[in-house]
Write a protein that binds this ligand. Structure first.
Ligand SMILES: [Zn+2]
Length: 92
C-alpha cells in the first residue's frame, strides 16, 4: 500500500511490487483500519495481483477512505466479526 502511495502520479500500475505478476483492475471489499476501528468499504476500485492476490489501492482511493472515516461519515450497516485468541502453546 505504501509502495503505491509513493508511486503517486503513475496512472497505470502494471505489475505487482512483490512478485512482478500482472495486476488486474477489480472492484473489491476492503477492510480499512482507523485507530482502533475497522471499516468495511465496498465498491473499492483496486489493482489485484493475478498471482499472489495482493491488492494495491490508489492514493486517491486511500485519501477518499480517510476522508470518510475522519469525518465520521460511517455507514449505518454494521457487521460483527468473531474474535479468536489462539492458545500460546499449539499441540502438534
Ligand atoms: Zn503479486
Amino acid at each position: 500500500m505504501d509502495w503505491l502511495a509513493r508511486e503517486k502520479g503513475k496512472a497505470n500500475m502494471k505489475s505487482c511490487a512483490f512478485c512482478r505478476a500482472p495486476l488486474r483492475r477489480k472492484t473489491i471489499e476492503h477492510i480499512h483500519r482507523w485507530g482502533r476501528h475497522l471499516y468495511l468499504f465496498k465498491n473499492v476500485r483496486a489493482e489485484v495481483c493475478s498471482q499472489c492476490g495482493e491488492t494495491f489501492l490508489r492514493p486517491t482511493v486511500l485519501r477518499l477512505m480517510d476522508r470518510y472515516t475522519s469525518k465520521g461519515k460511517v455507514g449505518k450497516t454494521r457487521i460483527s466479526i468473531p474474535v479468536i485468541s489462539l492458545p500460546a502453546k499449539i499441540s502438534a
